[in-house]
Design a protein around this ligand. Structure first.
Ligand SMILES: NC(=O)c1ccc[n+]([C@@H]2O[C@H](COP(=O)([O-])OP(=O)(O)OC[C@H]3O[C@@H](n4cnc5c(N)ncnc54)[C@H](O)[C@@H]3O)[C@@H](O)[C@H]2O)c1
Length: 345
């Protein structure tokens, strides 16, 4: 069977740290044939380091050499590059968030539909074994109808001091669009993708604008810091359920915390770690999970699902429509803060 030929667009941190080594582990089904980066020197170096045969100087030149591309550029270019690839008849695996605005997501989805090719987004939290176990538990109806969900993606002092993460023009925001998006995506998926109807958000960045921030992840410029480092939101859904959401890169809290807690009409569940709360046999029970199947590293199952979807061998886990809803909520949170009112969707 011929291998899926993959091109890497943007060969910075996530490409070199995750996508290239992961695809190269899957060498029975995949071959990385080309790279493209605006930084030609970096592209040439990465091609040499990873033994990739082609370095192209223009985006368009990569398409004849590949069946699929992975878009690993700053968020600003996700939409433009994805649309170009789909128009060229190439499958796309785009880094998260899907794009910077709901309008860009819409145009990406139109291109996906027209092309008949695969468009998936790298929301890798869904492939964590805890997430997979939680999805099974939800699908088995253990919690019943979800009523109230509490989501936290909190870092006490981990503002990424490298790369473009604090560049508003290239990324579109800070902690919410970079980090909170993962937990928001995972929650919506676990809940069965309820339709959001109203969003109230508040956005902060005072902590990172204090001089001499004691930051674990490198130095940041307090004076020019303009993105969010702490965000709260309240989201309601068409089915009457609601989600309380909080994310931060820098918050005055005792420790980092990642949690999703779902309370339904039959029972409840936490995801990190997986725990079930349920009345049964006339008593309340709290169940800890003592073993679960799955990979400790979500990169491999994520890449495998993308490749198998392209080859028509698997159902796509992260659908573009779902990733677009995450971007719609993120946009509504930012707008809600700016306008000082809730946003009806
Ligand atoms: N899934 C995750 O958990 C995760 C983690 C980190 C980053 N990301 C996402 O990956 C993307 C890239 O992040 P990164 O940390 O690798 O950034 P990075 O800055 O390390 O790398 C970006 C690369 O894109 C190149 N580039 C910039 N503009 C370009 C253009 N116009 N055309 C071609 N190449 C261009 C840069 O030269 C650089 O090599 C972002 O969307 C980010 O949100 C996702």
């Amino acid at each position: 069977m011929s291998k899926l030929r993959i091109g890497i667009v943007g060969v910075g941190g996530i490409a070199v740290g995750r996508h290239i080594p992961t695809f190269q582990q899957m060498n029975d089904s995949v071959e990385i044939t080309a790279v493209y980066d605006v930084n030609e020197e970096r592209a040439a170096q990465v091609a040499k380091d990873f033994d990739i045969p082609n370095v192209v100087k223009d985006l368009e030149d990569i398409f004849p050499l590949v069946d699929a591309v992975t878009i690993c550029t700053p968020n600003k270019f996700h939409a433009e590059f994805t649309i170009a690839a789909l128009h060229a008849g190439v499958h796309v695996f785009c880094e998260k968030p899907m794009a910077m605005t709901p309008d860009e997501c819409e145009r990406m989805r139109e291109a996906e539909e027209k092309s008949g090719k695969v468009l998936s987004i790298a929301y890798h939290y869904r492939f964590m074994k805890e997430a997979q176990a939680a999805k099974n538990i939800m699908q088995e109806g253990v919690v019943g109808n979800p009523l109230v969900t509490r989501v936290k993606a909190l870092r006490r002092r981990k503002v990424p001091g490298w790369g473009v993460f604090t560049n508003k023009e290239l990324q579109g925001g800070g902690s919410l669009i970079d980090y909170g998006c993962h937990l928001l995506d995972l929650s919506l998926w676990l809940l069965g993708n309820p339709k959001p109807v109203e969003v109230l958000g508040r956005v902060y960045n005072s902590v990172s604008r204090k001089p001499n921030l004691l930051n674990e992840w490198g130095d940041i410029n307090a004076e020019s810091f303009s993105v969010d480092d702490h965000v709260t939101a309240f989201i309601t859904f068409e089915d009457g359920s609601s989600l309380q959401f909080e994310t931060s890169w820098a918050a005055n809290i005792p420790d980092d915390e990642e949690s999703i807690s779902i309370s339904g009409d039959l029972g409840g569940m936490d995801v990190f770690p997986v725990r079930i709360y349920k009345p049964s046999h006339g008593v309340w029970t709290n169940s800890d999970v003592t073993w679960m199947s799955g990979d400790d590293n979500p990169s491999v199952p994520q890449a495998t699902n993308f490749v198998e979807t392209c080859l028509g061998q698997a159902e796509q886990v992260v659908k573009s429509e779902e990733a677009a809803t995450v971007s719609t909520i993120i946009d509504a949170i930012y707008r809600s803060h700016e306008l000082g009112t809730s946003i009806k969707l």
